[in-house]
Design a protein around this ligand. Structure first.
Ligand code: NAD
Length: 500
């Protein structure tokens, strides 16, 4: 096994990776320029360096790719291939990703600013998802329905057809894997639209997919903007399913596009403003405070399930917040290529300005700024871990998704009050609670309006449990056999016996 790379080794490797970037769209098994010939720049937010000019696809490319995907689907080469054979190809893809793990991790780090250690964690998640879904697909059985002997009734699972996956930039390759693994395993043709802020790892993945033997037209990648190529895919009359991860605002638009076009299925994984509830009965508040800080500052706070609302029982609030501040002190941003950096750079200038705007609003609205609230000198886009205490549910920083390293602390006195505060949100993606009292844990867990609840941890889970939200956090589920089910249709077959 190779030793973990040093800072200097990552810097050296970054130079060679930058010299060999694939920047064209991947359509019908070939890397091609956008039909318009247009490109857009992708930039390293830690340095301001333009990494590449990438093909900027639009509706013409979307039409081309959809026609190719449909042809591939109808050919049956992948869609009717025995599940066990599809499994082998996907496992080969996972092996290739493992072989090129460091390079894929570097692409995400360079493209969107996350620390390399965190990108390596994402690669384990991405590869794990491909393996899990590949291993699952030849263990899915259809049903024989209970009938009298005059009939045989079957319930079959069949792939949907053409799936368009539209993904965000915060975990570029991991979000991609969560979408494409079950969709491909189920036999669909998949068109991936990566975020315009982080297109590079998806294009490298296309190279590996080809090498793994995924047939022509079954997996295609269209880099470009949401309002151009993303919208065209969403409005297409020949896409059967939109699998989306991104903001709630765009999720709502996609539902409209589906209604305006062909009623395609729409699975949404959207935003959050997740409550993390700390009860005073915890034995080890130091440990809980460390987790509470990691829950918001991991990935610079650019995490859909960031624990951005910290609800602390007032009897321990003062001491607890001091402990969170001490933990935050050790999480200052640094060069994403340094394996010791906990936080990296903010993805781009618009996101950076948006976060600083929220910090200004927090101060204006009367919350108490306990630490951070500032950025580091450029050219890189770095914001220090920021903690506001005394936040209320009337403040913008208490309600809206900031998607940056900004923690809002609320106090509460009673369990009922904590539950009411936690549920007072348009979102329902994740919630955490920390307590030693099992009765309380189960009482509160059942009442939290949330797709997932973390008890005495934050972000716990593996490939076996679904990931997704309720309310305006969306309706889809990534990971586990539940995501596999989303990418297939049920077909009921009633066979009359003895009548022909
Ligand atoms: P975004 O909604 O701006 O963009 C997401 C994707 O949608 C991008 O590829 C973008 O190009 C595309 N898009 C934008 N407008 C479009 C349109 N009109 N038609 C079609 N496609 C369009 O989100 P973002 O800034 O990339 O990501 C951050 C958001 O993602 C946050 O709200 C975060 O909570 C959410 N997120 C959710 C999860 C989850 O699992 N629930 C995971 C990660 C991120």
């Amino acid at each position: 096994m190779s030793h973990p790379k040093t800072y200097a080794e990552w810097q050296t490797m970054a130079e060679s990776v930058k010299a060999n970037l694939e920047t064209r769209a991947f359509i019908d098994d070939a890397f091609v320029d956008a039909v318009s010939g247009d490109t857009f720049e992708t930039t390293n937010p830690a340095t301001g360096e333009v990494l590449a000019k990438v093909a900027s696809c639009d509706a013409a490319d979307a039409d081309k790719a959809v026609a190719v995907a449909r042809r591939a689907f109808n050919s049956g080469e992948w869609s009717r291939m025995a599940p066990g054979a599809r499994k082998k190809v996907l496992l080969k893809l996972a092996d290739l990703m493992q072989q090129h793990r460091d390079e894929l991790a570097l692409l995400d780090t360079l493209d969107m600013g996350k620390p390399i250690g965190s990108s390596l964690g994402d690669m384990a998640g991405a590869i794990g998802t491909i393996r899990h879904q590949a291993e699952s697909i030849d263990k899915v059985y259809g049903e024989v329905a209970p009938t009298g002997e005059e009939a045989l009734a079957l319930v079959l699972r069949e792939p949907l057809g053409v799936v368009a996956s539209i993904v965000p930039w915060n975990f570029p390759l991991m979000m991609t894997a969560w979408k494409i693994a079950p969709a491909l395993a189920a036999g669909n043709s998949v068109i991936l639209k990566p975020s315009e802020k982080s297109p590079l790892s998806a294009l490298r993945l296309a190279q590996l997919a080809k090498e793994a033997g995924i047939p022509s037209g079954v997996f295609q990648v269209l880099p470009g903007f949401g309002h151009t190529v993303g919208k065209a895919l969403a409005l297409s009359m020949d896409v059967n399913c939109l699998a989306f991860t991104g903001s709630t605002g765009v999720g709502k638009q996609l539902m409209q596009y589906a209604g305006q076009s062909n009623l395609k299925r729409v699975y949404l994984e959207c935003g959050g403003k997740s409550p993390n509830i700390v009860f005073a009965d915890c034995k080890n508040l130091d440990k809980v405070a460390q987790h509470a800080a990691e829950a918001i500052f991991h990935n610079q706070g650019e995490v859909c399930i960031a624990g951005s609302r910290l609800l602390v029982e007032n009897s321990v609030r003062e001491t607890f917040v001091d402990k969170v501040l001490a933990a935050a002190e050790n999480m200052q941003p640094g060069d994403p290529l340094d394996p010791n950096s906990f936080m990296g750079a903010i993805v781009d200038r618009s996101q950076y300005e948006r976060i600083l705007d929220y910090i200004r609003k927090g101060v204006e609205e009367g919350a108490q700024l306990r630490t951070g609230g500032k950025s580091l000198e450029g050219p890189g886009l770095f914001i220090c871990p920021t903690v506001f205490d005394g936040v209320t549910d009337k403040m913008a920083i208490g309600r809206e998704e900031i998607f940056g390293p900004v923690l809002s602390v609320f106090g509460f006195d009673r369990e009922e009050e904590a539950i009411a505060l936690a549920n007072d949100s348009d979102y329902g993606l994740a919630a955490g609670l920390w307590s030693q009292d099992i009765d309380r844990i189960m009482r509160v867990t059942r009442r939290l309006e949330s797709g997932q609840v973390f008890v005495n941890n934050w972000a716990g889970g593996d490939q076996t449990v679904p990931f997704g939200g309720v309310k305006q956090s969306g309706n889809g589920r990534d990971k586990s056999h539940h995501s596999l089910e989303e990418y297939s249709e049920l077909k009921s077959v009633w066979i009359s016996l003895g009548s022909a």
